[in-house]
Each structure stands twice: as structure tokens, then as C-alpha cells.
Ligand binder design. Sequence first.
Ligand SMILES: [Zn+2]
Length: 481
Amino acid sequence: MAAPTKTLIEHLDFALTVDAHDTALRDASVVVEGDRIADVGPAAAVASRRAGEAYDRVIDGRMLGMTPGFVDTHVHLSEMLSRAVFPDLVNTRAWVFHWAKPFYAAVDDEDEYVSAKLCITEMLRSGTTAFLDMGAQNDPGVVLRAMAELGMRGVTGRHAADVRPTELPRGWTEEMVDHHFFPDAATALRELRATVERHGTAPNGGLARVWVNIEGKEPCSLELHVGARALAEELGVGTTYHLTTSIEEARVSERKHGMWPISRIEAAGGLGPNLVIAHCVAVADHEVETLRRHGTKVAFCPGSALKLAKGAANIGKYPEMVRAGVTVGLGTDGVSASGNMNLMRQLYVMAGMFKDARIDPEAFTAREALRAATIDGATALLWDQEIGSLEVGKKADFVLFDLDHIEWTPFHDPLQALVFSASSASIAETWVNGVALYRDGAVQGVDERALRVESRQRAAAAVRRAGLADEGVPIKTTLYD
Ligand SMILES: [Zn+2]
């Protein structure tokens, strides 16, 4: 076997390692050997440790800054063709039940494959190197194929729900309901087990992972919530679902079940360290401690909170969770919920929204926001032993920023400049597993122009099939009340 390729990136202006001490290096060097980081440190120290070593490639890092790759803890690859289709004046529940569900029902396997490639392309262009996908509408093989072709790292699964609404709303068909809902929790769990067994827990040479994911909240029974996490534990994987995504959902839960969603799942024995709760907006004070005690993780999606009026800035307990020791990662959510798949935007919003909402500059910090976007996200994905920080032995997943760019001119503190000044416009390269998947202004391994053309055509057809171009799609809902 040939020796792995060895690359030296020397004299980086900075490297924000996001290690246990949040070490920020200036004049740093990084050695990439094959798919891993073989060395990282001050340039002089790396040079003396490796005196006389030969490299296949040496990159001048003097006008570059390096951060770990961003980890997106909540995405919907299947949703990519619905950008700016649903109106921006609906709340979470109407959005899900009357817009997202008919759309999902209209997406076929080939749409999902194109959708996944499009989503990964946008992620790579904005520095995301790993993601947790809610899952394909059918078998996730199409998603795994797109991931393999682009060389992307991530977790996927199969979407599952088992509670049909009592009456079908406008735009829902029997066929769609049959497609979207399993008849009961046992059937859903059987199919989820088969999905993991069919693909294995770490396909694509270990770049991908397959989890036991379900939709969560009203369209899933309590039995399915609890059963998905137990099945995931049995299979040695994780699970993720949406829960307590809005104050309305918490109020419905209180009226129907006498408690808010997290307490309800806990009472049924459903919480644990292999569960990532997406959104987690409506959380009572004592439930912060409940999450910490069970090691349950949270995927916070500020962009979709802003667009769907979830109340994250108003009632969200994310700073309290972080400071209590709950792992909180950052997510974009689907493209129609947040408008984009750019985790750098979420990073910026998260760093500032709680300071402003609470009129307290210490309410949250840029440092905590960067941890949420990197190492804490990796922990949520149960992947922090290998990704999430720039440390020797970890996978070479990182972002190189072009500092000879207006966004970085001038700057003093790289952390503040990254969080509050930079955008994906100054990303020079995005590396996953030791390979520069985005460089020279293009995502490698995909014809981006052809992908855009096909995506536009497929999106228009799916919107027509879903009936979302018609008049009268509801903007309020009483479904599942
Ligand atoms: Zn979601």
C-alpha cells in the first residue's frame, strides 16, 4: 500500500483549535497525513519536531486562518428543493402540517438524490464538514450515494412517523398518508432496524453513519419516541427527533398529557445520551437539569427559530443549558425552515441573540458559539473522538479562510472576526477526511452548474405535484390539537 499523502500547511496566521482549552494559535503549522491531522502547533515547534521530513505538498498559510470544520446537528437533505416555497408568515405547526408534509410526499427517490447533492454542495461552500440528517423519506441509500460521490461526512437515516391526524387536511391524500406514516410503532421500528442493518452503522468507508431517526412530536406515538432511542442503543447508534419545537407544541402537550414534552419523554424512560433533540425551544427551568442528568443532546437551530417565530430568543434556555453542561450543537434545519444551509449564519446569530434578548453582554460568548458549531456538535453526533477540533490524531476536517479578503481587513482577534465579521464568502477551502472538497471556488466531484439546472426543474415539478402552487393552502392549523 502506498504511503499516505503528507501535506504541510505552514505559518497559518491563526488556527482556532477548539481543544479543551480553546487554544488559539498564531503563526501555526498543521501536518495532514492521509485522512488525519498528524501535527498541529506553533510553526517553530512543528518545524523542529519534524526537521528533515519530506512532504508531498507544502501550503503557504501566511494569509490563511484555520478552524475545525463546522458540524451541522440538524439538517433535512430531502427538503432542499423547497427553498422559499412556503410563506414566511406561518408558525411551526401550520408550516409542518400544511406545507412541509405535502411537499415531502411529492419528493421521489431521484429528487432526494439531487436534493442531497445540492444540500451537501451548499454545506461544503459554507464550511460544514459533517451533518446529522433527519432522514430520507424512503430508504437512505440515495442519500448515502450522494454523500459517497461528494466525499461528505454525516449521519443519515430513514424518516419515520406513526400517528395519523384524525382527519385529513386539505392537500393530504390517502396515498400520501400511507407513504408518510407507518401503521404503528412496532412496524416503524422494524423498518428502522432493517434500514440500519441493510446499510450497516458506518457505510461509505466509515464516512457515513446510519441512525434510528424519527420525526418526533405529534406525528409520533410515545411508544415510537421511547422505542427509537432504545433500538438505537441496542444497535450502538444514536437517534434524533424534533421535540418541544415551539411553545404551541408544549401547550398542547400540557393540555393533553399534563406535562411539557421533555418531562413526558423522561417519565416514559425515553431520555439518554444517544438522543439529540432538535430545536428544544420550550423547556421548563427544571427540564434543563433533566437533560443534563440524562446526557441528552440538543440541536439548536436559530435560523429556523427566526423564520418560524419559535421564541428561541424570548423563552429559549440555550445559555442555561450550555452552562449547566448540556451539549448544545448548532443546526440549520431544512432549507425552507431556515432559508439556507449555512452554519456560519447560525454561528453569528447564536453568538448575539441572547446578549440582545437579555440585555447582557455576558449572556453568551463567541467562544461558546464556536464550540457549539464544532466540538459540541461533534459530541452530539457521538463523533467527538474523531472530529470537531484541530488535534493530533483527529480526522483532517477543517476550513481555511482567506484573510486577504475585505471581511478580514483588518482584524485583531481571530475569534471575534470569525464569529462577527466573516461569512462563507471568505472561505478558501473546506477539507473533509484529508481532502479539499471545496477549493478554487468550486465543490469538487460535482458539476455545480448542471446540478443547479436539474434542481430548478425538479423543484418546480415537486411543488406542482404537492399542490403548493395552488391557492388556499392553510396558514393556520388545528391539526393534532
Ligand atoms: Zn427539522
